[in-house]
Ligand binder design. Structure first.
Ligand code: NI
Length: 138
């Protein structure tokens, strides 16, 4: 466990008021926890921008009746098999499927995979949650 270090922060009053409003809305118990999260979010963003080894989840929603779409999505995923840790398929209703794909690897390759899945004709929704391997953020 990392040792906690205290430090003072000076802020404009209006900025602090806005921050307190934000942390109340988000249900934080303390400013410290909210600040820790903001710092970590910044570092995670940087990891993706600097093309580091990262983790994340790709979510897609598509209509499985769309001609050739299921085959295409499978082909794409096989082309990136080394990034895919697991995938979870949910039949939402008679027509639509949701797939949640957990990925781990180089940020640019994960973004490339997401873009290929998302841009396939018949994919109604596609999104990437950019997470982290948390090696330096614990
Ligand atoms: Ni399905």
């Amino acid at each position: 466990m990392n040792k906690l270090v205290r430090f003072g922060v000076s802020l404009e009053e209006s900025l602090l008021r806005a921050f307190d409003k934000h942390i109340n809305l988000k249900n934080y118990n303390s400013r410290s926890e909210a600040i820790r999260d903001l710092i970590r979010e910044g570092f995670v963003k940087k990891e993706w921008q600097e093309d580091k080894e990262v983790a994340g989840t790709i979510t897609i929603v598509y209509n499985h009746h769309q001609r050739e779409l299921v085959n295409k999505l499978t082909d794409i995923q096989h082309a990136y098999y080394n990034l895919i840790v697991s995938s979870h398929h949910v039949h939402l209703d008679h027509h639509n499927c949701l797939e949640s794909i957990v990925v781990k690897g180089r940020a640019s390759k994960i973004t490339e995979l997401t873009d290929r899945l998302k841009s396939s004709r018949g994919v109604i929704f596609g999104d990437l949650t950019m997470a982290t391997m948390a090696e330096e953020l614990g």
